[in-house]
Design a protein around this ligand. Structure first.
Ligand SMILES: *Cc1c(COP(=O)(O)O)cnc(C)c1O
Length: 304
């Protein structure tokens, strides 16, 4: 599969990987991960899937869509937010027929345990997925994506000097780092944090990389300092954004016809541009991975 396109730009050769156009449930990196999770779920003949995420979670939308498709019971645990009203993703979760249990954020762990126990008692064969599709299966999805990138490089006789993307739970970045490592690639993978600080963000990615390497028995010397996780552009935390991000989103939409959102891809795209400016990166081959979130784009559009 080749979903990488060249965009006209100044200074650098700029490409975009349209994972937002993956074919299931409005695409995105959660669609890439979920495809592999559901292979495992169907293999194990589970009939109840439990996961968690906020109202804006692309992951919860896609998991509940797959559950609807395969007729599986879907349990979503969601922290209570200040925002009372539903947004596109949370509407869709309900439309797909998932049961949503809300709780205070500090009770999420317990609530998950309670829901799992209750469903088991009811006789379900349960399957739990970490928020955001975190875990070795999620990592595998972006190891696979790295192979798609390599294929593109080989077919087009180019090498990407940089790969940028929005980094959240870190699974996407972990997969790319593993892919880079096992293929001896020299590309710089730069995760633009959308919420976490570098200490936490980098540690989680490091743990994900090591966990994947251990499961697949791949010896490696990847160190925590090899992980480029940039927390300079989080502008106050998850879901927060500024005027510049909005302006950037409008510009990209007009110029390329590509939708970005304020929580993930718009923030990361803007962060990437700032990073390129600050580090005076010129005449390089740069790839931005569009990790999805189209329903969030439509939430944002009213404010734009
Ligand atoms: C979840 C998400 C991310 C972050 O991916 P992680 O693997 O959690 O780091 C980036 N972009 C979008 C649109 C997402 O939904």
């Amino acid at each position: 599969m080749n979903n990488i396109y060249k965009l006209e730009s100044n200074n650098n050769n700029f490409y975009i990987m349209r994972d937002d156009l993956l074919p299931f449930s409005f695409g995105g990196n959660k669609a890439r991960k979920a495809e592999l999770f559901f292979k495992d779920i169907l293999n194990k003949k589970c009939n109840c899937v439990i996961t968690y995420g906020s109202k804006s979670s692309n992951h919860c939308r896609i998991i509940s869509n797959y559950c609807a498709r395969y007729n599986l019971d879907c349990q979503i645990i969601s922290p209570i937010s200040e925002e009372q009203e539903d947004i596109n993703n949370s509407y869709l979760v309900k439309l797909f027929g998932a049961s949503v249990t809300t709780c205070e954020i500090e009770d999420v762990k317990n609530t998950i345990q309670n829901v799992i126990s209750r469903k088991r008692q009811e006789g379900y064969n349960t399957y739990f997925i970490e928020g955001g599709g975190h875990g070795n299966i999620g990592t595998q999805a972006y190891v696979n994506a790295f192979y798609n990138i390599l294929e593109f490089e080989n077919e087009n006789n180019i090498k990407f000097d940089y790969i940028f993307h929005a980094s959240g739970t870190g699974t996407t970045q972990a997969g790319l780092i593993v892919g880079k490592y096992i293929n001896n690639s020299r590309t710089n993978i730069i995760g633009i944090s959308i919420a976490r600080n570098i200490e936490r963000g980098r540690k989680v990615i490091y743990d994900s990389v090591k966990s994947y390497m251990e499961e697949n028995k791949i010896e490696n010397d990847i160190g925590i300092e090899d992980i480029n996780f940039i927390d300079k552009y989080i502008v106050g935390g998850y879901g927060k954004y500024n005027e510049e991000i909005c302006e950037n989103i409008k510009e990209i939409l007009k110029k390329y016809g590509i939708p970005l959102d304020t929580t993930y891809t718009g923030k990361a795209f803007w962060g990437m541009k700032e990073y390129i400016k600050e580090n005076k990166i010129m005449n390089k081959n740069i790839l931005f991975i569009h990790t999805g979130g189209t329903p969030l784009f439509f939430d944002n559009i009213k404010e734009m």
